[in-house]
Every structure is written in C-alpha cells, then in structure tokens.
Ligand binder design. Structure first.
Ligand SMILES: *Cc1c(COP(=O)(O)O)cnc(C)c1O
Length: 500
C-alpha cells in the first residue's frame, strides 16, 4: 500500500487535506494554493519509462500524487481524457527544427496546451466529488486569458452535476479564442466578457472563492465552487506528465542518453506550466535550467533577475494574449517551496503584493531559484522569431511558442549553454492566424482571422483542424458583458441566489 500524499495551503492555515478535497476546493479557504506536503520521487528507471505510452506514463505520475484514488480509477480517468479527441496518437509529439525540440501540446480539441490538463480535470473532479459524497452541484468558476476558458468549456460541457462559468477579457483575446468561447453549446455553460484584463478577471474569481458568506449561500442552494484555473492542483499535476514525456521521447529517438540533462523553455503567463516542469525536475527528471519566457509583460523576467516582484507597471495587450498577465498566481507555490515551506513569509509577500503591488525576496530565498533562467520578447522580436524559424526550417509556430524560441536563442548566445533544449509549443498557429501570417508578410496585417485559415493551410501544409474549421459560422450564444465589480452579481443571477 502506497503512503497517502496529503496537501496543505501555501498560507499555512487549515491543516492537511487529501487530494480529493484539494481538487474539489480548487483554492484553500485561507486564500492560499494547495501544494503536496512532500514532492514524491519518481523512482522508476528512465529506460523503463521510455517504453510506456502517454496514457501509461500519466497513470504512473498521477498515482504518485492522487493517492486517495485507486489505480483503476486513475486509469479510467486517463483513458477517457487522452483518447481520440487528440488528433495524434502520441498526444503530445516531439518534433525537431533548427536545433530546437518542440513539445507540441496543442493537438487537443481547442488547439492549446490547456487541453492537456482540462481534458482530465472533469474526471478527477467527479471522482473527488464521489469520494467526498458532497451531493452538491459543482460550479466551475474560471478566469481565462484566452485558452483556459474554451478548454474548460469543452471539458465540462454536458458533464452531469457540473456547471461552468467563464470570465474572459472582452478586448484581450484573439478573434479565434473569443469565437471559440461565445459559440460554446451546452446548457451548463456560461461565458461572460469583462471590461478589464485577465488580472481583473482572476482577482474577481479569487475574491468569490474566499468569500465566506457567498460560500454559505451557495451551500444552502446546493452548490459548491471549484476552479479550472491552474490554481487547482488537479490541473497542475497532469501537466507534469508531458515534461517526462518530452524527455523520454528524446531518449527514445536517441537524441540524448537516459540521464543526460536538457533545458526546458516554457512560454509563461500564470506560471502554471513552468511550475509543472519544476515539479518534474524536483521528482528527479534530469532537467537543467527551466527557462521562463515572457512577452512585453515581463514582470517575471524582472523578478528572476532582481528578486523584486512589481506589478505596478503598464499592462500590454500583445499578440501572445494568453501570457498577458501581471499577477502570476502559481509563483506562490514556488515561493513556498523556495522559502523552506515558511507560510508566514509567503503570506507577508502576498499581502505586500495585494496592498503595495510589490514584494522583495531576501537573497537567501532568491538564491534557491537558480534552477530558473528568464527572458522576454518584444512584439517585434516575437514576429522576427516566427519569421526566421519559418525561413530556416519551414516550421511555423504560434506567437506564444515564438516567445519561447526567441528567449531560448538569446539565452544560448548569452550563456554559451548548448545543452539540448525543448520549447513547450503551447498553441497551434491556427489559433492566431492574423498575428502569425502578418509576421511572415505584412500584407496579411489587419485581415479577418477566419479569412486567413486557408492561407495558413497553404503555408503550413497542415489542413485546417476541425476545431477551427467553420468557426465563424457557428451561432453566438453568449453575449453577456460586465465590469469587474459586477462579476459576483452575474454569478448570483446565473445561479439564482438572489432574494433568498
Ligand atoms: C495559458 C497559456 C500560456 C501560459 O501558461 P501559464 O501556465 O499560464 O504560464 C502560454 N501559451 C498559451 C498558448 C497559453 O494558452
């Protein structure tokens, strides 16, 4: 019998809970994020893991973290998640162009890496609800910078016993992202644009999660909030799997010997994806540097180079909108581990962040972050990365992945570090046709995204994926728009909480 792995809050209150409770709650009642009480080691030989399918590997990793579910339960969830809704049997193929390995995480139903975790989260939540016997309807409350929203809607649409409410920045997502969300079918789905940016949406959602009186009213109406954002540990753990998968594919292809170190480059916004890489590294995967790649919203670059996190700065709307974030929630988990699990320190930094917009790490904590390197790409540099990679290799990347490519090339030049490197390819170019094509040729600037699908098919040689085809013709079913201050009212209206 395996030892139970328990979870605790980064802010230190409320004791320990099992994985089921952590997944169901999404965020801890004290406002902190759940972290494993001890990061499990993956003791299997890499040569053995290299023989597994994606699904088999996922079962192994998930079993280490979700010890309150049986092997059979995890296997069933994994098999339901990673099936033919992914366009390729490898789920996340690794391809190599121009001396860069790309881990393609965008072959799921919504064409971005969010599908990797959000295709399994509904199954994990259902298991957790059964385990805890809540008998309540689960309300998934989600803020999105563009990609989480659609992936969560896909995952939860039509799932009995759940309802999903998504808030997205009305003017801060691509045309394709927006259209994907507002055309979502399913009686249990709600999509709302907000007059604000992702940080507004995320802080509004977090405030509702920790509002005790709202929680009580929900409870009396038979509802329970949970989260599909990467603040939910049930979303983070499935992301660990593909870092192993990337490494093992390199071994399988003979690009590296088992045990050799590689660098991992992750286009970053809310710090969830790269944190999953850090967990993989902490479990024993031979990753050398984790390279955090930002766009012009380079708060994380400044943080890693100076130890000061300062969100008081201009907010830029970029061509990589899923990374337009100034408050990266998951950094709190890294800080907790780096500070020797000192939740009092974490609480003081988070209070400073909320009140003053800035906090500073003491040097001894900053020194413990040396697994990370950081860089950022301006808009022009992002476009140039798309253009030059395509010219050199014929491989076309989306703007988020391009930020990773630029940052890797700059890192290689400046550090002389020539280890093999994997860039997490986080979205399909089909999600951002205008941005991608106009990077290649300015004549495409300003054109309608949907009109460019055909052109993109010509350039990439890859047919328009079914998830994108005909998108512009689907009927719009969600038209609500609200301000940050109105978010809670909108939720209360949807759930019929008013007046009782
Ligand atoms: C969400 C997203 C990111 C950022 O991932 P985080 O986990 O928020 O750091 C990067 N690229 C794309 C395409 C995304 O959808």
């Amino acid at each position: 019998m395996m030892k139970q792995l328990l979870y605790k809050s980064t802010r230190g209150e409320g004791g320990v809970v099992d994985a089921a409770a952590a997944i169901l709650q999404g965020i801890a009642p004290d406002g902190g994020l759940y972290v494993p009480a001890a990061i499990p080691a993956a003791a299997w030989p890499l040569e053995e893991l290299a023989q597994l399918t994606y699904q088999e590997l996922a079962c192994r990793i998930l079993s280490l973290y979700f010890t309150c579910f049986s092997r059979e339960e995890i296997k069933e969830a994994v098999n339901k998640a990673y099936d033919a809704k992914f366009a390729v049997p490898e789920i996340a193929p690794l391809v190599t162009h121009n001396n860069i390995h790309f881990l393609e995480l965008f072959h799921g139903p919504t064409l971005a890496f969010k599908d990797m975790a959000l295709s399994i989260l509904p199954h994990l939540l259902k298991l957790a609800a059964e385990k805890l016997g809540t008998g309540k309807e689960i309300v998934i409350l989600t803020a999105t910078s563009g990609d989480t929203g659609k992936a969560a809607l896909e995952g939860f649409a039509g799932v009995a016993g759940t309802r999903i409410i998504v808030f997205f920045p009305q003017h801060g997502v691509s045309e394709v992202q927006k259209r994907q969300m507002i055309t979502q079918t399913g009686d249990n789905t709600h999509v709302i644009g907000i007059e604000g940016n992702f940080d507004d949406a995320q802080s509004g959602v977090k405030a509702m999660f920790t509002d005790e009186s709202l929680r009580r009213r929900l409870d009396s109406h038979g509802y329970l909030f949970s989260s599909a954002n990467s603040i939910n540990i049930g979303r983070l753990v499935p992301q660990i799997v593909y870092y192993y998968w990337a490494y093992l594919q390199l071994v399988r292809k003979g690009a590296i010997a088992a045990g050799e170190a590689v660098n991992m480059v992750v286009p970053t916004g809310n710090f969830g994806n790269i944190l999953a890489a850090w967990y993989a590294r902490s479990m024993g995967l031979p990753l050398a540097r984790l390279i955090c790649a930002s766009n012009s919203n380079n708060v994380l670059f400044d943080f890693f180079t100076t130890g000061v996190y300062n969100r008081r700065r201009p907010f830029y709307v970029t061509i990589s909108p899923s990374m337009d974030i100034l408050v990266s929630s998951n950094l709190e988990r890294l800080l907790y581990h780096a500070a020797g699990e000192n939740s009092q320190l974490v609480r003081s930094w988070m209070e400073d962040l909320a009140q003053k917009g800035v906090y500073t790490l003491p040097p001894e904590v900053q020194n413990r972050l040396n697994a990370f390197a950081a860089g950022y790409a301006s808009e022009e540099e992002t476009k140039e990365a798309i253009r030059s990679l395509y010219a050199a290799s014929g491989y076309l990347v989306d703007p988020h992945t391009a930020v990773g490519v630029f940052v890797l090339e700059k890192y290689r030049q400046e550090s002389g570090d020539s280890l093999p490197a994997v860039v997490a390819a986080t979205a399909s170019p089909y999600k951002f046709p205008g941005a991608v094509l106009s990077a290649l040729d300015p004549q495409f600037a300003g054109q309608d995204d949907f009109a460019l699908f055909g052109e993109l098919a010509k350039v990439t040689g890859i047919p328009v994926p079914p998830a994108a085809a005909g998108l512009e013709k689907r009927p719009v079913v969600h038209t609500t728009v609200c301000r940050r201050e109105e978010m809670q009212q909108v939720v209360e209206d949807i759930l019929g909480l008013a007046g009782r």
